[in-house]
Write a protein that binds this ligand. Structure first.
Ligand code: OAD
Length: 221
């Protein structure tokens, strides 16, 4: 069976990484326009760099949780593709091997002119240049920017037997539109602390990712 998993911030919440839209989430305490848009970057790059430098430093202090590990285990039994909106590396660290980072990766930096991408475990500061001689920026897909891996993600969903959606409010497009590319006989299961509304029929498992994802995985292996 081919299982495609779409994850969002909720799967990393129990590892200690804040979600965006829960109470006290990142977008309650930071201005999206200033932090996650091309014009925010143009207006105040120091503020943007500091926001992502903090997020990147935090990655070195957190660990994958039971939900990430359960998805890695699932690979031993089925073909699994993880499409994540998360920019952390917790799926990789738990052992998943087939991961599409739809919204970019904290541990990479991008040349702001050529879009060349580089591994980057540490801070990025103004004056840090790529080998091409241009400023490096976080490798994050900001609002109003294209999503380069979208076609690849759509292709995976089109071939899924089962789509499992975990810990995402499904309010950010085009990621949320992936549900509409499932083939007619594809089962869809949503696992979330608070199941988001969808226009199509889904099975739902309401509860925390660390509780429900291992249970779900055990039920299908
Ligand atoms: P949100 O913060 O919008 O949604 C988090 C979801 O996780 C909600 O549905 C919560 O109910 C659920 N949740 C929270 N804690 C949970 C837990 N312990 N177990 C299970 N579910 C839990 O985050 P995303 O949907 O990932 O984009 O946000 C999508 C995009 O918006 C992000 O990738 C980011 C943001 O702007 C960019 O920065 C480009």
């Amino acid at each position: 069976m081919k299982i495609v998993v779409l994850t969002g911030a909720g799967i990393s919440a129990e590892s200690g990484i804040s979600t965006f839209r829960d109470s006290n989430g990142l977008w309650e305490n930071h201005n999206i326009e200033e932090i996650a848009t091309p014009w925010g970057w143009e207006m105040n790059p120091d503020l943007v760099l500091e926001f992502y430098n903090q997020r990147r430093r935090q990655l070195h202090e957190v660990s994958p949780n039971l939900a990430h590990y359960a998805l890695a285990e699932l690979e031993k039994h089925h073909e699994v593709v993880i499409i994540t909106q998360n920019v952390d590396n917790l799926h990789e660290r738990a052992g998943s091997t087939n991961i599409i980072h739809l919204h970019g990766e904290l541990l990479k930096a991008r040349d702001e002119v050529t879009d060349d991408v580089y591994d980057n475990p540490g801070d990025i500061n103004l004056g840090d240049f790529s080998p091409n001689g241009y400023q490096l920026r976080p490798h994050i897909v900001w609002f109003h920017e294209p999503v380069p891996l979208l076609d690849k993600a759509v292709e995976e969903v089109r071939n899924a037997d089962h789509l499992v959606v975990i810990g995402t409010s499904l309010v950010v497009y085009p990621a949320a539109s992936l549900l509409f590319f499932t083939p007619p006989d594809c089962k869809i299961t949503i696992i979330d602390k608070s199941i988001p509304e969808t226009a199509i029929k889904v099975d739902s498992l309401e509860g925390s990712a660390c509780e429900k994802v291992p249970q779900f995985v055990n039920s299908i292996i």
